[in-house]
Design a protein around this ligand. Structure first.
Ligand code: EPZ
Length: 423
């Protein structure tokens, strides 16, 4: 199993290109199920999760082609579907697999998708996905651990007004994708406003869907009979961007991100400024300069445009070396503090009380062997390792590879002393 070895204490300097957004690309790949024509996606990151989605779709009969090993273009064509099943073995490794449910129902009228089951960061039920699909006319039952859905005697899903009980990102996306081929109009109220939802809507629109309001909490979709071929460029990854910026800030460095989308990072950039960073932005770049020890921050995760839960662990690493004490409240996932015990192994002073972490900054961290528990937790350990005195080893980095493309090479490009060790 691969590990990362990090020698802390180097200020990061230089520029780094931002990858395409994993959490947009995954859903667009699933959107390929909605048409028999070809969907070509550019700026698709090379990640373990993208490969998993490719395998899942290929198992259903979708042709998935990447244009050479180093390419970021993926062509998908769902003209020979022979299965409508998302098997347990794939869904358990990647919960995002649930987003094939809506497209399959819309296109072939039936689906068998494994229930995702437990997760390291929280219970994460999918009841809102199911409730919304039922409102669109799907008949759903749970059998042998699988969601089994069909249209009964109907030929198509029917448009409906859906009010979700809470804000769910993949739930909104699943319903939006189901509704694009439904008969009549669908309105999703309390929709997730995440930029990835809006990006997916733009991709679907290029395929011929009629969607208004994506990016707001009310999305309306006028169903069409079919979608067609399209080519779409995936938006830049805002969480990867934020992670590199925190790495720059913690090392008191000077980092410039190229090909970024600063407009999707307002809450994160505001917190970095509050911590003392000088942050400048252009249309597609962000530069962060940090000249002093960061100030402690209080933050609370919330659905977009609030502070993203996917940046919580990285900011906790920053808080560990901050001047002062800050609190972090996690409101989205009930178990997303798994990184705390590992950060403590690096000498961090963190106390947990329910969904609140009190982080008392220390002048320094000391290197140790630590273990990644989930994707963003891994990023926080790498970030902490960049300033810990001595040699930090991060184990189980397959979590990191799920969502960051060659992170160690790109940090090394900024001067970090970091290498991958293959056991
Ligand atoms: C998406 O997960 C992202 N994943 C997550 O990124 C991200 O952390 C999360 O949104 C929140 O921003 C993908 O886009 C693939 P939710 P998702 O449904 O859609 C509860 C990463 O690191 N809920 O918005 O699964 C749920 O338990 C990952 O890249 C229900 O109760 O999250 C949670 O508490 C991790 N019932 C809250 O809503 C439902 O039917 C928000 O979850 C659906 C969700």
């Amino acid at each position: 199993m691969d590990k990362l070895r990090i020698c802390g204490g180097v200020q990061l300097k230089g520029s780094v290109p931002v990858s395409g957004a994993k959490n947009a690309a995954l859903k667009m790949m699933a959107a390929a199920l909605l048409t028999r024509d070809e969907l070509v996606l550019d700026n698709v990151p090379r990640l373990a999760d993208i490969a998993t989605m490719g395998r899942l779709l290929a198992g259903m009969g979708v042709t998935v082609e990447r244009d050479g090993d180093a390419s970021h273009t993926v062509a998908l064509r769902a003209d020979g579907l022979h299965s409508n099943e998302a098997p347990y073995d794939l869904v358990k490794t990647m919960r995002a697999s649930i987003v094939v449910l809506g497209p399959l129902l819309a296109r072939v009228g039936a689906a068998r998708v494994s229930l995702p089951g437990g997760c390291a960061i929280g219970a994460r039920p999918v009841d809102q996905h199911l409730k919304g699909l039922q409102a669109l006319g799907a008949q759903i039952r749970i059998e042998h651990g699988y969601i089994v859905a069909d249209l009964g005697s109907s030929k198509r899903l029917r448009g409906a007004r859906i009010v979700t009980d809470l804000v769910t990102v993949t739930g909104t996306e699943n319903l939006m994708m189901a509704a694009v081929l439904a008969e009549g109009e669908t309105v999703i109220e309390n929709a997730a406003r995440e930029p990835e939802v809006a990006d997916l809507a733009q991709c679907l629109s290029k395929m011929g869907a009629r969607i208004r309001g994506a990016g707001t909490d009310r999305i309306s979709i006028e169903g069409v009979e079919r979608l067609h071929a399209a080519r779409y460029r995936v938006m830049p990854d805002r969480i990867e961007s934020g992670s590199f910026l925190v790495a720059g800030a913690i090392t008191q460095g000077d980092v410039r991100l190229e090909g970024a989308a600063p407009g999707t990072l307002d809450a994160v950039l505001e917190k970095l400024r509050e911590a003392g960073a000088d942050v400048q932005t252009g249309e597609d770049w962000i530069r962060l300069r940090m000249k002093r020890r960061p100030s402690a921050l209080d933050l609370r995760t919330a659905p977009y445009p609030g502070f993203p839960t996917d940046m919580q662990a990285q900011f906790m690493a920053l808080g560990c070396v901050a001047d002062g004490t800050g609190t972090i409240v996690e409101t989205i996932f009930e178990n997303r503090f798994m990184h705390v015990l590992e950060l403590q192994r690096l000498g961090a002073d963190i106390r947990i009380d329910g969904n609140t972490a009190v982080v008392r900054g220390a002048p320094r961290l000391s290197a140790a062997r630590v273990m990644a528990t989930d994707l963003r937790a891994s990023a926080s350990l790498v970030i902490a390792g960049l300033v810990a005195e001595g040699e930090t080893w991060v184990d189980r980095i397959y979590h990191l590879d799920r969502g960051y493309e060659r992170m160690e090479q790109r940090l090394a490009q900024l001067g970090a002393q970091i290498e991958r060790v293959t056991a």
